[in-house]
Design a protein around this ligand. Structure first.
Ligand SMILES: C[S@@+](CC[C@H](N)C(=O)[O-])C[C@H]1O[C@@H](n2cnc3c(N)ncnc32)[C@H](O)[C@@H]1O
Length: 114
């Protein structure tokens, strides 16, 4: 898929799919990359499972749900797409994962808008 398509329309479609048949949607960088990051988080970087973790551009929130399953207790995900965040909340609920999600758009200067 073309990366320059709107994420809003992509997540509107993914949210419809989840509501219709429970499909959680794409892991955009692939599951290999997801599990490599998770291993790195667990083994090297953040042995402190109570350290806060922010997934910026969390999309469907699958990474957040996996982080909680790995034992991280303070996981948050943000995305500018409202449908992505609605989907992420539903995916987390399905996995029984407690994650804080927020619609927020990061800016080039490091700030964010709601
Ligand atoms: C390539 S997708 C990755 C989604 C998810 N992390 C994954 O691995 O499947 C990029 C995500 O970043 C979000 N995004 C892009 N620019 C953003 C910005 N400035 N602020 C917040 N979210 C943004 C998009 O809505 C989209 O969900």
């Amino acid at each position: 898929m073309c990366p320059f398509l709107s994420w809003d329309s992509e997540y509107a479609r993914e949210l419809r799919n989840f509501n219709s048949h429970g499909d959680e949607g794409e892991v955009w960088f692939g599951e290999d990359a997801l599990f490599r990051v998770l291993r790195w988080m667990e083994e090297a970087a953040l042995a402190d499972l109570s350290a806060p973790v922010l997934d910026l551009g969390c999309g469907n929130g699958v990474t957040c749900a996996h982080l909680v399953a790995a034992g991280f207790t303070r996981v948050a995900g943000v995305d500018y797409s409202g449908d992505a965040i609605e989907l992420a909340r539903k995916v987390a609920e399905k996995h029984g994962a407690e994650v804080t999600f927020e619609v927020s758009k990061s800016t080039a200067r490091g700030g964010h808008t709601h």
